[in-house]
Design a protein around this ligand. Sequence first.
Ligand code: ADP
Ligand code: ASP
Ligand code: MG
Length: 611
Amino acid sequence: MERSLIVQKYGGTSVGSVERIQAVAQRVAHTVERGHRVVVVVSAMGDETDRLVDLGEQILQGSPTTPAQLREWDMLLSTGEQVSIALVALALQRLGCPALSMTAAQVGIVTTRDHSRARILHIHTDRLWQHLERGEVVVVAGFQGITSLAELEITTLGRGGSDTTAVALAVALGAELCEIYTDVPGIFTTDPRKVPEARLLPEITSDEMLELASLGAQVLHPRSVEIARNYGVKLRVRSSLEPLQAGSEGTLILSPPPRPRVADSSIELGLAVDTVELDRDQAKLVLVGVPDRPGIAAQLFQGIAAAGVNVDLILQSLQFTAAPAGGTESLPQPTNDIAFTVSRSQVAEAAAVARQIGQELKCAAVIVDEAVAKVSIAGVGMMGRPGIAAHMFQVLAEAGINLQMISMSEIRVSCVVAAERAGDAALALGESFQVIPHLHRAKMLTAPQDSHPVRGVALDLKQSRLGIRKVPDRPGTAAHLFGRLAAAGIIVDTIIQSQRGYHNGIPSTDIAFTVPQDQAMAAEAICRQVAEELQAAGVDADHDIAKVSIVGADMETYPGVAARLFTALAEAGINIEMIATSEIKVSCVVRRDRGIPALQAIHRAFRLDCP
Ligand code: ADP
Ligand code: ASP
Ligand code: MG
């Protein structure tokens, strides 16, 4: 009988000491005894990669920037895994289990040339199969790749990338199962180290996991989930620290059946966008100049939920200056704009609530616009490829279409545009991305049985916020800015455009967005250039933020989810500085030191600690 093949990946803590390596060898040997072939992927021991980064930074007095430095950086960081693979192979041999270790170059894991964030293109499997057929366990170095078999330049996949190596190997080898062994028993409702009441989830969909992973839950490298989803890999996360026989089953990540693929398509760079959608059933409401203090968003969206209205997108951003329409610059004053969209059939109810609250809060204006529509692009292949969103903005700019609201998630970008141009927008996007636009987004009206509004909560403490004040509000602005950022490989999230004010007599908006902290300096420099080119009023950066997000695939079907989130934060006295939603997540930016209290408050509010 053909023996089934399992890929097992062990993270840094799992191979952090001699004892742990011996325990890993025992688990692998046990799997072999049960009749499986095994390919093992390991990370560097413990915090070894951090230590290597620190050494490099001491020499460079900073992070690598030039191509020559980036090359050496990957030479340096890839060494950690070479130690751990050899030790695991030796430990297996000691147990009488035939095994050998292989680096990415020896296997032939071919990636793009992007040092420190390379993507896997292709994995040669001949040598792996030769050893597997001989009954040997192959221990492969995670996180690393090579540019080509001829050139052998070493690349790395980005921090946490060993998960991606493992899932990509499972695809290339057609493995039955890919198991990610880590230092917690599986995927929890939130990080169990930050919220002890977090609960283990027996299952999670790959969509939800993708969002959680890209919103800060480091337990899986987001790209590993992307690959599992694209290829339908059976993926399980479990603990390497539990006893061999008595351990829990961990968490199964559920993927939809894989779509047929072009035979020679590369593992990580498939079709970027597979869906273009137009949703005409949208109306936009904006409260301009809302006071910046805890509890405001809660009050507004409680009112909206109480009126039975389901909100779709919500964006809130800090207005850097309170700019009355048509007015000149007034003194900086902390106020917010809150913009949201609802179904047109509910606009009257929503407008009544918005106007009443707008009056109570003495907002500068309440705008209701029914002449809008939402165009979206979606596809898991968009992940980590900032150029795709930038391309969307470019296509819309070339068609002369102005963007009124932008909402982003890792795998979806939606823009609210004027209704009269929405059809053109969808056609232009369909043509450019070569997919046929759907003219309606299929909305589920009732929650599927057995579903939850919120599956998990994530906290990201590694983001910075950048803002450009008073950029001209005309087609092409977003394309210009995000095109430049994308060209520098900067991954932008949570983009928010506030309502228009005026600057130098022309309509202008503030744009704010978050970027990974290690890209913040580069992003800020680009923003300053763009601000100058566009004659914007200025740029500011805030590195002291935290982003908390709730994720749930069925969130859309439960009214009042956002209100509950905002209320939880208000009751904990936490001010919300930015809000951004997509169909399956709501993210809030808060002060950094409020991040963990926010996570705990939200976890409690959605009763995620109760089974
Ligand atoms: P490894 O070294 O095995 O790759 P990581 O440190 O990358 O492990 O990821 C495991 C860690 O992820 C856990 O120790 C936990 O603190 C953190 N984590 C964050 N969010 C979650 C979550 N929702 N479920 C489980 N673990 C989480
Ligand atoms: N050792 C690498 C890191 O620390 C890769 C990994 O652990 O997945 O980022
Ligand atoms: Mg990891």
